[in-house]
Design a protein around this ligand. Structure first.
Ligand code: SAM
Length: 349
């Protein structure tokens, strides 16, 4: 098996180089409106944003930032296949402007914009990052009533274009069955609150780039790709950042396209994706080890009714898991002539 990955340095508001109805899944996280680190970027996309912020018009700036994002959401609708899914990781923002502290509900505004474009809203996930540090408090500390609730979660919003995906032919059907996940993974992944994925270090160790990466964890993108696409599909991230979605797509055996406006991130992206073979091996072996442990526990509890997965030579809980196949990355090859990366895989084990 082989997959192809394309990194494009440019502005996602214009994706004319991607044909209509060609993308199977989008996994992305935009710059968060009203979070100060993104003020200058939104002002670059639309200089009116800076003027509104300077004249303390928070609500108007918030709306305008979302209008800029909306140009990209419209492009996603065009390039997605019928039945294609969009997963957007977003957090709300709190901010004090002109002595007025308030919440800017980014997740609600994105749902509003996406619905207006024509996407169907699917049940969303609350990503509650585990933390060891005590709650930071905002507002008047221990004195009622002017203390504020701390934001400790983000969202993964999920949308679909035009109803359920239809499986077209025998090849797609085979790829779908090979891409199944384990029963116990399903129970965890399809919960609407994720508490097991920790955030990643936000420090970008590179003097040529911005200080904070704003990256999401590899596990978050990898899980969404496994949940909502199949081997050989094409995944798009219009806000590629440090390249997490491309790395995840490589590991999951999907093709991918990532677009990033900040040219200084290219070295960071390239350094990340060359680690794909090593990371793919550790993720796949861990998934299988977890599954073996799960089956061991089942047997201990006297739950002995199992099916058999022939490629793993191991029991599974349901019939749908019997055709699962895993691949690890043998090699990542840079195709300099067409500015793409190719991954070559081994069937596991
Ligand atoms: C929240 S970060 C994404 C981080 C990414 N998920 C990761 O794991 O590294 C958003 C990224 O979108 C990029 N961006 C913002 N506007 C863009 C646009 N119009 N076109 C392409 N990229 C854009 C920013 O430079 C930033 O790197």
């Amino acid at each position: 098996m082989e997959t192809i990955h394309e990194i494009i340095l440019g502005d996602s508001r214009e994706l004319s180089f991607i044909k209509d109805n060609t993308i199977d899944l989008v996994v992305t996280s935009p710059p968060y409106p009203m979070i100060e680190m993104w003020d200058s970027l939104f002002s670059l996309l639309n200089p009116k944003v800076e003027k509104l912020l300077k004249s303390k018009k928070g609500e108007d700036a918030f709306k305008l930032m979302h209008e800029e994002l909306s140009n990209i959401w419209k492009e996603l609708y065009r390039v997605l296949k019928k039945g294609g899914i969009v997963c957007i990781n977003i957090g709300d923002a709190t901010r004090k402007i002109d002595d007025k502290f308030q919440l800017y509900p980014n997740h609600a505004e994105i749902i509003r914009q996406m619905t207006r474009i024509g996407f169907h809203v699917l049940p969303l996930i609350i990503w509650r990052k585990p933390t060891n540090s005590p709650n930071k408090f905002m507002g008047s500390g221990m004195l009622p009533p002017n203390a504020y609730v701390t934001l400790e979660h983000e969202y993964i919003l999920i949308f679909r274009k035009d109803g359920m995906r239809k499986i077209e032919d025998e090849d797609e059907k085979n790829r779908r069955y090979k891409s199944a996940f384990f029963w116990e993974e399903r129970n965890k992944w399809f919960s609407d609150v994720w508490t097991d994925i920790t955030g990643v270090s936000q420090f970008l160790n590179n003097s040529e780039t911005r200080e904070r990466s704003a990256a999401f964890p590899l596990e978050l993108a990898y899980r969404l790709i496994n949940m909502f696409s199949i081997y050989g599909d094409t995944i798009l991230d219009p806000f590629l950042g440090t390249g997490t979605t491309i790395l995840s797509a490589m590991i999951a055996g999907r093709n991918s396209i990532g677009i990033e406006i900040d040219q200084s991130l290219i070295k960071t992206i390239n350094t990340k994706i060359v680690q794909a073979p090593e990371i793919s091996h550790s993720i796949i072996t861990q998934r299988i080890a977890n599954h073996e442990e799960f089956i061991k526990q089942q047997v201990k509890q006297g739950k002995n009714k199992h099916y058999y997965c022939s490629s793993l030579n191991f029991p599974v809980k349901t019939k749908q898991e019997t055709d699962i196949v895993f691949y690890t990355i043998k090699e990542v090859i840079e195709e300099v002539h067409n500015k793409k990366w190719k991954c070559v895989y081994n069937k596991y084990p």
